[in-house]
Write a protein that binds this ligand. Structure first.
Ligand code: HEM
Length: 109
C-alpha cells in the first residue's frame, strides 16, 4: 500500500476504497497537487509513487537518466486544459485569473 496513492478513505459512487481507477492525464499539467489529499506537489513525485499494476512503468521512469526524466515531465506539463475562451498561449497569472472567474472548466475546441 502506497502512503500517498491508494489512500482513499471515502467510498465514492459505491467504488470500494481499495479499488483505483486510472486517472486521466490530459490535464495533468495544470491539476497539481496530486493524490487524493494533494500530498504530491510534482509530477515526478506522482510517478514515483505508482505501485501495483503501474510498478513496471514507475521502475522504467526511475531508471532513466535525470535529463530524460525531465523531458518526460516537461512534456506532461504541457498537457493542460484551459478555460473556454482562453488564448492559445497563456501565462500562469492569466490562467489563474480565468479560472477564478469561471465555474466550469471544459476542454477547448
Ligand atoms: C508514464 C506513465 C504514467 C504517468 C506519467 C502517470 C502519471 C500519473 C499522475 C501524475 C497521477 C496523479 C493524478 C492525480 O492525483 O491528480 C497518476 C495517478 C494514477 N495513476 Fe498513473 N501514470 C502513469 C502510468 C500509470 C499506469 C500504467 C497505471 C495503471 C496500470 C496508472 C494508474 C494510476 C492510478 C490508479 C492513479 C490514481 C491513484 C490514486 O487514486 O490513488 N498510472 N498517474
Amino acid at each position: 500500500m502506497d502512503p500517498f496513492f491508494c489512500n482513499e478513505r471515502v467510498v465514492q459512487n459505491g467504488v470500494p476504497t481499495n479499488q483505483f481507477i486510472t486517472r486521466k492525464l490530459w490535464d495533468v499539467g495544470n491539476t497539481a497537487p496530486y493524490g487524493h489529499r494533494g500530498d504530491l506537489t510534482t509530477i515526478t513525485e506522482a510517478i514515483l509513487h505508482h505501485a501495483g499494476e503501474a510498478r513496471a512503468q514507475r521502475e522504467r521512469f526511475a531508471a532513466l537518466p535525470k535529463e530524460l526524466q525531465s523531458e518526460i515531465v516537461e512534456f506532461l506539463k504541457q498537457l493542460q486544459v484551459l478555460p473556454n475562451g482562453a488564448p492559445r498561449e497563456i501565462t500562469d497569472r492569466q490562467l489563474k485569473h480565468l479560472l477564478r472567474n469561471q465555474k466550469g472548466v471544459t476542454a477547448q475546441e
